[in-house]
Design a protein around this ligand. Structure first.
Ligand code: 2U9
Length: 344
């Protein structure tokens, strides 16, 4: 056996022993055994001077390889043993304690607004509504014109809508989505459009330049105001609780006629009046009405044959009611102390 063969044998022996080492102490002992001043490799390289000069170059190369390889194996094994937590088996050494409670991995949670949107979509989905979405950058036509909003209406003012340099605007309501759907599809159309809307309001505790809306719409033959009340009551009972009551107050919207603002009975005082509802017993949650004939005509649906209802609400407002949040800005500040309170 040449000296080079002996060195190769030493490498295999080292590989085997290092792979089986399970503590820092054993690894250190192997380092001394193979690479120490009086170790296996030193002993073999000490023989270099006595061998046939023809065998020297190969033996020299193998000796170098042995040093590098064994060092790398020892280092890798040290890292592996450290990572597994077993740093030693001797007295005083920390051992892997399988009875210790584990460290829970850090997990995220859904944003409270997302939670409310998901829950509301879920309820309307079960009532037969299809969930749809559309662009946030819109045209004047879909945001105003098709919705029967007159040219001089205050919501068209540039203090009420964000106009863009490309002639488009940031939608100020999600009704744009339903109009796009009605253009493409024929009744029955039963859709729910959740999404972000933008209005250049000065930011304060109850206003934000961006918020979330959910609007729904149902168009078919013989859809009546009674259907609207039935659907909204079914929703309110699932979302707020089965003993909730609804109150419809007459209102005006250009895109619905007749229109109403809808209140829910206060969940705290059950209608008798308390601080939470400002002694009124009712909380306003949404707007609704029968789709204006002009809106149906704009999408070439005959108001003589078809009718429909629509409704809309602000998600932040409902989320604030649900959790008693008193400042809308908290939803957008990414403050984990606030957000963590909503992770399920
Ligand atoms: C089409 C036609 C009509 C959707 C409706 C409301 C009433 C409403 C507001 C509630 C608070 C918006 O977020 S908010 O500021 N919405 O009161 N929205 S009826 O009517 C439509 C929708 C689509 C084609």
């Amino acid at each position: 056996m040449t000296l080079a063969d002996k060195i190769r044998q030493l490498i295999s022996e080292a590989q085997e022993k290092i792979a089986a080492a399970d503590s820092a102490e054993t690894i250190e002992a192997l380092r001394v055994q193979f690479l120490g001043r009086k170790g296996g490799l030193a002993e073999l390289t000490g023989l270099l001077g006595q061998i046939d000069p023809a065998e020297k170059p190969e033996a020299g190369r193998e000796a170098n390889r042995a040093k590098n390889e064994i060092t790398a194996l020892l280092d890798a094994r040290t890292a592996a043993v450290k990572a597994s937590g077993a740093s030693g088996s001797g007295a005083g050494a920390a051992k892997l304690d399988l009875t210790l409670p584990g460290t829970a991995p850090a997990t995220g949670g859904l944003h409270p607004i997302t939670q409310v949107v998901d829950e509301i979509c879920d309820i309307f989905y079960r009532l037969g509504f299809q969930i749809v979405s559309g662009p946030e950058m819109e045209t004047d036509y879909y945001n105003f014109e098709a919705l029967n909003i007159p040219a001089d209406h205050s919501s068209r003012d540039d203090l009420a809508t964000f106009y863009l340099e490309n002639g488009k605007l940031l939608r100020s309501q999600t009704s744009t989505v339903q109009t796009r759907i009605m253009e493409k599809e024929r009744p029955p159309v039963k859709v729910l459009a959740p999404g972000r809307v933008y209005r250049p309001d000065a930011t304060d505790a109850t206003h934000s330049f961006m918020f979330h809306q959910i609007e729904g719409l149902f168009v078919d033959e013989k859809v009546s105001f009674a259907d609207l009340k039935g659907v909204l009551l079914a929703f309110a009972k699932q979302f707020f609780g089965s003993d909730v009551k609804l109150r419809f107050r007459p209102h005006f919207f250009p895109f619905t006629e007749p229109s109403a603002e809808v209140d829910v009975s206060c969940g705290l005082c059950k209608g008798s009046g308390c601080r939470s509802c400002g002694q009124k017993g009712w909380l306003e949650i949404l707007g609704a009405g029968m789709i204006h004939p002009n809106v149906l005509r704009a999408v070439k649906i005959s108001p003589e044959k078809y009718s429909g209802f629509a409704f809309g609400f602000g998600v932040e407002r409902i989320a604030m009611r649900r959790w008693g949040v008193n400042d809308i800005r908290l939803f957008y500040e990414n403050d984990l102390r606030f957000l963590r309170q909503f992770s399920a």
